[in-house]
Write a protein that binds this ligand. Sequence first.
Ligand SMILES: Cc1cc2nc3c(=O)[nH]c(=O)nc-3n(C[C@H](O)[C@H](O)[C@H](O)COP(=O)(O)OP(=O)(O)OC[C@H]3O[C@@H](n4cnc5c(N)ncnc54)[C@H](O)[C@@H]3O)c2cc1C
Length: 335
Amino acid sequence: MVDVVIIGSGPAGLTAAIYCQRFGLSTVVIAGRKWGGQLMLTTDVENYPGFRHILGPELMQKMRDQTKDLGVEIVDLSVTKLDTSKKPFLVTAEDKTFEGKTVIIATGADTKWLGVPNEGKLRGHGLSSCAPCDAFFFKGKPVAVVGGGDSAMEEAQVIAKVASDVILIHRRDEFRAQKAMIDKVMSLKNIRVLYNTQVMDVIGDTTLTGVLLDTRVISPKQGVASFDELVVAFSGVKKTNTQWELPRLGLFVAIGLVPNTQIFQGLELDSHGYVKRYEEKDENGVLKYFTKTNVPGVFTAGDVHDARYKQAVTAAGFGCMAALDVQRWLAEQEK
Ligand SMILES: Cc1cc2nc3c(=O)[nH]c(=O)nc-3n(C[C@H](O)[C@H](O)[C@H](O)COP(=O)(O)OP(=O)(O)OC[C@H]3O[C@@H](n4cnc5c(N)ncnc54)[C@H](O)[C@@H]3O)c2cc1C
């Protein structure tokens, strides 16, 4: 049995591990088959303090090395079950089980797909959610990116370096990404934007050849006066009075994330599937715990509970907070 089992090895999980180990708590990290988390899917990171510029996988390797060097055991398996019905908690990771006095859940969140009819068939055949991973396959080809947040801007920038041209498809008239990221994307000469446009389906027999779109309101930013003009401006094919086909050989989906919480029975989740946090104050109204879940002894950190900030540095911060909460909670149990 260990003091703390940490599930997940992104910035949240590894930061929690570093703190727990340094507090003298015996610590195991169940890293997941895809260790390192979301930053393994990106290239340039320029907003993590201490690194003016670093590649995402390089940053995660450094965090992992630091964690290991401190003596934390890291197991590259995926957790399949967390039994919180008795203490110690039982964490099953494939064919292994681990007992923990406490658990920190730091499993992050994964790509949300479009849910259109042909998506399953074309995923991996022109349809992707990871420009840094798949950019190589789209060298010199026309592609599109769907989304309007930071991830969409990131994907568009990465793929624009290799694709012939990129069309950024957004269902609203305004992006919700950070201004600096929007400005960077807009400054690239081979990126154009389609506003107020929804993806209805992906088209292609064995590989993606186009995207079926629906545009009901023409944005003034589009620089055209009518639907027909818009279709012509993007070399599309009109299908109905609102629907049209945009010929593309690649589509990158960047519309949001699904928290990795499906395996956690008995744990309270919010309506979007994120782990619910329960802040606790002491008798003087001072914050005592920030990262508690509904199960005493189970804590949470990072994107798995955070639908708002979703950054490596905030995930790391939450990891630190969870470790501090675990230390305090264990000390209280021993009183
Ligand atoms: C393309 C892209 C670019 C980004 N660029 C930046 C950037 O430049 N700067 C920045 O600050 N942020 C960036 N982010 C956001 C940042 O990556 C995340 O906010 C951060 O990684 C969240 O950390 P986390 O530890 O909470 O979760 P994650 O990084 O998602 O890590 C979750 C971990 O849990 C593991 N896991 C999941 N399920 C299980 C299971 N059942 N058993 C065991 N382990 C499991 C996963 O394998 C993974 O190791 C970017 C995100 C993306 C997608």
